[in-house]
Design a binder for this molecule. Structure first.
Ligand code: ATP
Ligand code: MG
Length: 251
């Protein structure tokens, strides 16, 4: 069975950082398990936090399929898209990554989106874990690109506005009927005491507080230097907090 974990929330709240910390956790604590990381953000940067180069994204593929004469003769469009999608998978010895990117052109992407949904669904079955780093906007949650998640983590900074925005994520997920096993809130980049000050907002959000990842100067330093977060030391503040968090979620 694949465990599907989605990470969503307002812009800049630490979704990508948390996803990278989860990859790091699983590599260390669940050796031998297969992991698929999905960067579902149009402004893809999960690959940087993982230290991987990406040349082809789903976005560029979808765009190409709209251009005339791209499908080789003798091949159906479906098979061509499937073939290109399979090439967009970045494989490493320990985990794989697929990057959605952003189809730039105008027009409707319903048809390729549908193909993509089915492709991700099929692909995920080959892995023990599928981790989806979502974009800040709520639109693609509405499109139900990810129709289900065993665990849905909503990130927020430790501001009332952040928590209210997390609440909207929960409402959208419920309204569009994404099937979710367990859903909760993680406060990122705070001083570690955000949960106390924001008790009322958190209660109103209808989200269980899973925990928090405090501000860690080392995360900022790695980000500035373009260093992968997988290389953070075990005793980094964010790493220790993430281990406590993921242990408590029984991942
Ligand atoms: N615990 C932390 N300590 C210090 N800095 C952090 C922490 N978490 C995230 N950051 C920094 O905050 C910035 C935003 O984080 P990140 O990219 O993970 O957020 P995001 O929610 O994925 O953003 P976006 O909505 O743009 O995708 C980055 O510069 C990152 O290095
Ligand atoms: Mg991000």
């Amino acid at each position: 069975m694949t465990m599907r974990v989605a990470v969503a929330g307002k812009g800049g709240t630490g979704k990508t950082t948390l996803t990278a910390l989860l990859v790091r956790y699983l590599l260390q604590r669940r050796p031998g398990k297969s992991i698929l990381a999905v960067d579902a953000d149009a402004n893809a940067n999960l690959n940087e936090t993982l230290g991987l180069e990406v040349t082809e994204t789903i976005g560029t593929i979808l765009e190409d399929t709209k251009k005339p004469n791209t499908v080789p003769t003798g091949m159906t469009k479906d098979i061509f898209i499937e073939y290109r999608l399979s090439r967009a998978l970045v494989e490493t010895d320990h985990y794989d990554l697929v990057v959605m990117g952003n189809p730039q052109g105008p027009g409707c992407y319903c048809y390729p989106n549908d193909l993509l949904k089915r492709y991700l669904e099929r692909l995920s079955k080959n892995y023990d874990y599928m981790l989806v780093d979502n974009e800040a906007g709520l639109e693609h949650l509405s499109r139900r690109l990810l129709p289900m998640a065993d665990l849905f983590i909503v990130c927020s900074d430790n501001s009332a506005r952040g928590i209210r925005s997390a609440r909207r994520v929960r409402e959208i997920v419920e309204n569009v009927k994404i099937e979710v096993g367990k859903m909760g809130l993680v406060i990122c980049r705070g001083r570690g005491d955000g949960a106390v000050q924001l008790e009322k907002e958190i209660a109103d959000s209808g989200l269980e507080l899973f925990g928090d990842i405090p501000y860690d100067p080392l995360v900022e330093e790695y980000d500035l230097a373009g260093k992968p977060l997988l290389d953070l030391p075990d005793d980094a503040v964010a790493v220790e907090a993430s281990v406590r968090l993921f242990d408590s979620l029984s991942l």
